[in-house]
Design a protein around this ligand. Sequence first.
Ligand SMILES: Cc1cc2nc3c(=O)[nH]c(=O)nc-3n(C[C@H](O)[C@H](O)[C@H](O)COP(=O)(O)OP(=O)(O)OC[C@H]3O[C@@H](n4cnc5c(N)ncnc54)[C@H](O)[C@@H]3O)c2cc1C
Length: 508
Amino acid sequence: MLVDCRQLESGTVVRADVCVIGAGFAGVSLALALKDSGLRVALLESGGLETDENASGLLDGTFDGPHRNKSYLQTSRSRVFGGTSDIWTGTCRPLDEIDYEARDWVPDSGWPFGPEELIPYYQRAAPLLKIRTFKTYRREGALVGYNRLAGPDFTRFVPKALFRSHPVARFGVLYRDDLESSERVTVYLHANVLELLAYPDGAGIEEAVVSNFAGRELRFKAQEFVVAAGALDCARLLLASNQVQKAGLANDFDVLGRYYMDHTRLPRTAQLVPTQEKRRPWEGTGADAVRYYSYYVFSPNREAQRSLKMLNCGVRLSELDREEIAAKAGGLSQEVGGLARGLDQTVLSGSRPARRSKPIYSAKLYNEHVPLHHSRVRLGSERDPLGQQRLVVEWRSNEQMDESVGRTLELLAMEFGRLARGRMHLSVADPLYTAPCYLGAHPMGTTRMHPSPKKGVVDADCKAHGVNNLFVASSSVFPTGGFVNPTYTIVALALRLADFLKRKHGLA
Ligand SMILES: Cc1cc2nc3c(=O)[nH]c(=O)nc-3n(C[C@H](O)[C@H](O)[C@H](O)COP(=O)(O)OP(=O)(O)OC[C@H]3O[C@@H](n4cnc5c(N)ncnc54)[C@H](O)[C@@H]3O)c2cc1C
């Protein structure tokens, strides 16, 4: 059933078994997984069926950090039924094995479980997200083009494929009928959760306080509460729920809102001119490549990451078109100098038309973010129209992140050079590694998962430390986020949480 909360009377009290806050990827996946369990689910969504100015206005806040996308807070998420699935681009890949490990060169790294824990949930998440099954993915058959470019002796990097959701899964459209026709799930639209009210001892949540632009105030009482509001708003809501616990929920040790991460993207940082390759690296795979795979990357392997203390990273090579080559040709010929012996002369002369026989690839890097205690979100002094404190995001990076980008590119250039498979031009003249970068609209880490409340906000079951009936379903629980897009893992974790809740209630 679908209920518009603007039509309910102020003071209405709604009761459910599980109250899920946020109808994006995580919230909708959780509700779908619970809809036949016997539990009554209330799915509370701030937005309506279409985006509207009122709901979108709640996204405003302050973003502070050396980044280039100034409107990050407005453009990195969507307040509407279906959440940010409304605007996402559909690229998916599970985390790598190394992402789960406690690496001695990455402070505060390590998940409380290994990759095998999520494999069954990745399998179940694939059809929901409209991507090929995990089994197919493991063959990585579409990588033939990248393998050809690299060759069998390419030892420090591995090619990796990123899946495509096809057609791109918009959860608000795809799953509306399933939820609307469910007898056990009710979707409440225009239900802005302002606060989770804890019992006086702080050990559990009694109710969610809800408001909207029609001025209706409602209360939702449930046995379990799951915050699935996206990584920025999960932290915001837990921080704002401070009537009983003054620092916010599950925040006895000042971890809530901290360790905020996003994937940094450095565009056009290097160009590769392959020695022989005449085809785009992904062309070897035919139509499937376009339909099922978004793109491919070279990623430094475990040994390279460990020995050079590098972070996980994906280097995507995209072929430059003629105009881009013409624009770059002058710079290339001046800067590459002797290094460029063997390059195609038509590429190096800026004045001649591009009568090239070899492609040039531009490298784009997708980088892991180090979890940093001082990279954080907090409540600011400004208030939104519903009276809630707006977010202040203090995004911070560190030298290790900059150095890792440089090392990755240098190592890749050395690999191509050593094997005489191409020459890479690194833009060392630019303040490349310290320049402001783009963030990936992949907020993570603000309610991180750790067995100890001193280091995390939720435990390995995504349950808030010290609060018996409060859970988080979001990339906000990621202790580290690798370099891949987060949504596949978010949905896998939401399905895992649904299983946990069923077990808790003796239903599985
Ligand atoms: C342009 C763009 C492209 C992207 N492309 C990709 C991609 O290719 N691959 C990928 O993996 N990821 C991508 N992402 C990131 C992806 O969209 C997020 O990882 C994903 O949406 C997070 O899912 P979620 O359910 O946690 O949060 P969301 O999808 O953001 O859903 C959260 C929901 O909670 C609601 N909400 C928030 N606060 C409250 C409240 N107080 N009360 C009630 N409801 C509330 C919101 O309205 C929203 O509906 C992209 C993001 C953007 C912006």
